[in-house]
Write a protein that binds this ligand. Structure first.
Ligand SMILES: [Zn+2]
Ligand SMILES: [Zn+2]
Length: 379
């Protein structure tokens, strides 16, 4: 999938300014109000403004010491609730710390609301902690969605994981970062590694700060060995990535994923394994070719190949292969290859016989198998 400009209203919230410690939720007559929803309808907003004026709006935080809220909405600032007086309140602390995600939170909330999910925004389900988004499913399962970044530290993640587990709530992470980035599991920050290793399906979902683009990653857990050596492929990386949009995010059996991801991942694995099988077959064919060349040489027959093959019956380890070339290394008419196809040479300076990779220079007219090894570089 390629990136194209997405249409629709998504992203608008992100560009509007917002008060620090402004809140999205308030209580009014047992009702839970969400600021971005209040603003949608003129009549509703008018009623809430009246309620705000008469001091009827309350902070939803049970531990709040001055819980009277006001509703605010102007031309520059998006709608929000705020305490009338400075309050010692967990909700205020939460907003001060994670207000940077506010636009993203609202976009996600609106998206999941449109999916008809039982979603709540900024919900306090753990002591002193607000979940960015919270779902209470019909079958009784509960899910908390947390948004994190490269600054989210191991302590926060592990502490939350423990607390959610104790409360019987499933924790899901979304990582706010640049989507579409090529990453590898070993070379990324903690939260991404955590998702790739500890999330339910061992995948990672990255969402852009504009809330439009989403990339889902999952590591291929298979290993690809040929002759005891692990192979990697540029065409089929270890970490599979899949590009999607906010509108593709959905829950399947309680797991957050993107539409089309599972199919794309299966196809990727299938193609990768086919490509690997073909590669392996070719490697075996090559080995067989070297074996036949050597047989021909040993039988005194003329061969077309201008390279000289050492004893193909030698072992695969370094010393066995070195031994296998000793008998033919000191002629200067043909290159010498061992049974794995690796070229060998003799260092003119130290006299040792080594693999081609250990030379700084090797070969030349009348001295095909002579060179200077890396150890003798400074001589
Ligand atoms: Zn409060
Ligand atoms: Zn040397």
């Amino acid at each position: 999938m390629k990136w194209v400009q997405s249409s629709g209203s998504g992203g608008l919230h992100f560009f509007k300014r917002r008060m620090v410690s402004a809140m999205e939720n308030a209580l009014w007559k047992e009702m839970r109000l969400v600021a971005c929803e209040v603003a949608q309808d003129y009549e509703t907003e008018k009623r809430i403004r009246m309620a705000s004026y008469s001091g009827e709006l309350r902070c939803p935080d049970a531990g709040c010491c001055s819980p009277i809220l006001r509703y605010c909405h102007g031309e520059i600032l998006e709608p929000y609730f705020a305490h009338r007086e400075n309050a010692d309140c967990d909700y205020v602390r939460f907003e001060k710390n994670s207000g940077v995600f506010h636009g993203l939170r609202v976009l996600l909330y609106e998206h999941f609301k449109a999916c008809d999910y039982p979603v709540e925004l900024e919900k306090k389900v753990l002591p002193h902690h607000y979940s960015h988004l919270y779902f209470e499913w019909e079958d009784g399962r509960r899910t908390a969605l947390e948004i994190g970044t490269k600054s989210t530290n191991v302590n926060d993640v592990v502490k939350l994981q423990e607390e959610y587990e104790k409360a019987g709530i499933q924790m899901v992470w979304l990582v706010a970062d640049r989507p579409g980035k090529t990453i590898s599991e070993e070379h990324t920050y903690f939260l991404k590694r955590f998702c790739l290793n500890e999330s339910l399906k061992k995948d990672l979902i990255v969402i852009g700060y504009d809330g439009k683009h989403v990339t889902q990653y999952r590591e291929d857990s298979y290993s690809y060995f040929v002759d005891g050596q692990e192979m990697v492929s540029e065409d089929y990386p270890k970490l599979f990535s899949y590009e999607a949009y906010l509108s593709d995010l959905y829950f399947e059996d309680g797991v957050l994923t993107t539409r089309g991801f599972e199919q794309a991942y299966s196809l990727f694995l299938e193609e990768k394994q086919l490509a690997f099988a073909a590669f392996k077959a070719q490697a075996e064919e090559e080995k067989e070719y070297f074996r036949r060349q050597y047989e021909a040489l040993r039988g005194g027959r003329e061969i077309q190949d201008t390279r000289l093959y050492a004893d193909a019956s030698s072992g695969e380890d370094y010393e066995s292969r070195r031994q296998s070339v000793l008998a033919v290394i000191d002629q200067q008419e043909r290159q010498v290859l061992d049974a794995t196809g690796t070229r060998w040479g003799r260092c003119e300076f130290c006299g040792e016989v080594k693999e081609e990779a250990e030379f700084v220079s090797l070969g030349g007219r009348g001295r095909i198998n002579l060179g200077r090894c890396k150890n003798c570089k400074e001589v």
